[in-house]
Write a protein of this length. Structure first.
Length: 246
C-alpha cells in the first residue's frame, strides 16, 4: 500500500492540512513503515492522491526536509534519510562514539604533514614559536557513507603519529594509549553550507547544510593536546545534550 493511501487527512480538524501530512509522514518514519532510504512519490502525485493543493504538499515536504527526516536528491527524488548518528555532547571522539553505537567506522587520510606550527596553532595549543605539530585531514565514513570531514592539529611532544595509525585508529584512542588523560575541552557547535570541496568529499550537493564542531582538548595537567575543526553531513548527524535548570 502506498504512503498516500496510509495518510489520513481530516478536513474538519483545526490542525493545518500541511501539518497533518507532516505528522503522518513523521509517524510512518518513526514506526518503521517508511524505512531509511525509502523513496516517496513525487509531490504532484501525493497531492493528487490526498486531494490537496501542490503548495500545501510542497510546504509539508519542505518542513520534513528542514527537520532532517527527508532529503531531496537530484535525479533520485525525495527519500527518507538514513538513521542519524546522534552524538552526546561530551568529551569523546567520533570514532569511539560510533564503535559504542555498534557502527563500523572507516577512515581515509586525505592529507598528513609534520611541520612547524603557524601562529594560530601556537595560540590554540600553547606551544613555543619553534614547535612543530602534526596536521592532518581525515574523512570518516559509516557503512560506506561519508559522515565527517575532520581537520586536526596535534602537538608533537606527546607521541609519534603517522597516516597508517590514523587510518586504523581513532585519534583519542591513540592519544590515550600514549598516556593522555583528557579532562576538558573548549568546543563550539555551528552550521555552514557546503563548499565544493566539502560537498565532493561528503557526497552532498554544494550548498547543503553541514554541522560544524571546533574543539581544543586539554589533559588533566592543563596542557592543550589537540585542536580541530570538523564538518558533518547535516542529514546524518546531530548532537544531543541535557539541560538542567539552575
Amino acid at each position: 500500500m502506498s504512503l498516500a493511501m496510509n495518510l489520513h487527512i481530516d478536513r474538519g480538524s483545526p490542525v493545518p492540512l500541511y501539518h497533518q501530512v507532516v505528522q503522518g509522514i513523521e509517524h510512518a518514519i518513526h514506526s518503521g513503515d517508511l524505512e531509511p532510504g525509502a523513496k516517496l512519490q513525487n509531490e504532484i502525485d501525493l497531492a493528487k492522491h490526498l486531494n490537496l493543493s501542490r503548495p500545501t504538499m510542497r510546504k509539508a515536504m519542505d518542513e520534513l526536509v528542514r527537520s532532517g527526516l527527508l532529503v531531496r536528491k537530484r535525479g533520485v527524488g525525495t527519500q527518507v534519510v538514513a538513521n542519524q548518528v546522534r552524538r552526546p555532547l561530551e568529551l569523546s571522539s567520533l570514532f569511539d562514539d560510533l564503535n559504542r553505537g555498534g557502527s563500523k567506522p572507516t577512515t581515509d587520510v586525505l592529507a598528513f604533514s609534520h611541520t612547524e606550527a603557524d601562529k594560530h596553532e601556537r595560540e590554540l595549543l600553547h606551544v613555543e614559536p619553534d614547535a612543530s605539530v602534526y596536521r592532518f585531514t581525515r574523512l570518516r565514513s559509516v557503512d560506506g557513507k561519508p559522515l565527517a570531514l575532520m581537520e586536526n592539529q596535534v602537538r608533537d611532544d606527546i607521541t609519534e603519529l603517522d597516516e597508517a595509525m590514523l587510518k586504523e585508529h581513532g585519534l583519542y584512542e591513540l592519544l590515550r594509549s600514549a598516556g593522555v588523560n583528557f579532562r576538558l575541552a573548549q568546543q563550539r557547535i555551528g552550521a555552514v553550507i557546503a563548499n565544493e570541496y566539502q560537498a565532493e568529499q561528503l557526497q552532498v550537493e554544494p550548498g547543503a547544510a553541514l554541522v560544524t564542531m571546533e574543539r581544543t582538548a586539554f589533559d588533566d595537567t592543563g596542557r592543550a593536546v589537540e585542536t580541530g575543526r570538523h564538518v558533518y553531513r547535516g542529514d546524518s548527524y546531530s548532537f544531543e545534550l541535557t539541560l538542567v535548570e539552575r
